[in-house]
Design a protein around this ligand. Structure first.
Ligand code: SF4
Length: 195
């Protein structure tokens, strides 16, 4: 873990370590005030149970709480964006695969702050292993959770399918902090969270 955290810092990401999901939620609620905040679809963020806490002091857009295209659009345009990651590689790269593209778009451009919350289970080995994790662990588990009619939802392995339900249409690898975002942060939680 130490090597990954060091490389994240070298790549321009701020790193914050939290022992538990509650500590991470406390940290987010304590450091975000008066902002517009978008949240990407994420079991990790759901586990933090932070949506209502953030809403007390910010304007928050999260389609998991308020479904709809307007919510998704506003989330992408918010000052701050919260998401998890499918994997973080040992080199300090942050990987996300997306079906609609809103989650990866929200992490890329014109943000005051982008915050990735990742459980320790998301810390992978080298890039090849991180990509394998994203494709063969995270994506099939998400396809199954979302009841997608894809082969991976049946056997837990990516078949690079051509299903209309395919959830893997964009892969974004953040090698370093993009210059279009003022700050990017990885909150590492010492617990297993999400897929
Ligand atoms: S089988 Fe299709 S939906 Fe499933 S992980 Fe592979 S590309 Fe994604």
């Amino acid at each position: 873990m130490e090597k990954t955290l060091e490389n994240l810092k070298k790549n321009g990401f701020t790193v914050t370590c939290c022992p538990t999901a509650k500590d991470a939620a406390d940290y987010l609620a304590g450091s975000l005030h008066g902002k517009t905040i978008g949240m990407g679809g994420s079991l990790t963020l759901a586990a933090l149970d932070v949506y209502d806490r953030l809403r007390a002091d910010n304007t928050v857009y999260w389609h998991q709480a308020a479904p709809g295209p307007d919510t998704i659009r506003e989330a992408c345009n918010a000052q701050v964006y919260l998401a998890s990651a499918n994997a973080v590689s040992e080199e300090g790269y942050i990987l996300n695969i997306d079906g609609r593209g809103n989650r990866v778009a929200g992490t890329l451009m014109a943000k005051e702050r982008v915050i990735f919350v990742v459980g320790r289970n998301k810390l992978a080995g080298p890039m090849s292993e991180a990509l394998d994790r994203a494709r063969n662990t995270a994506a099939p588990a998400n396809a199954k959770r979302l009841d997608k009619k894809t082969p991976c939802a049946v056997d837990g392995t990516c078949h690079d399918c051509v299903s209309p339900d395919r959830i893997c249409n964009a892969l974004v690898v953040l090698w370093k902090k993009p210059s279009g975002c003022d700050a990017m942060e990885v909150v590492v939680v010492d617990q297993e969270l999400g897929y």
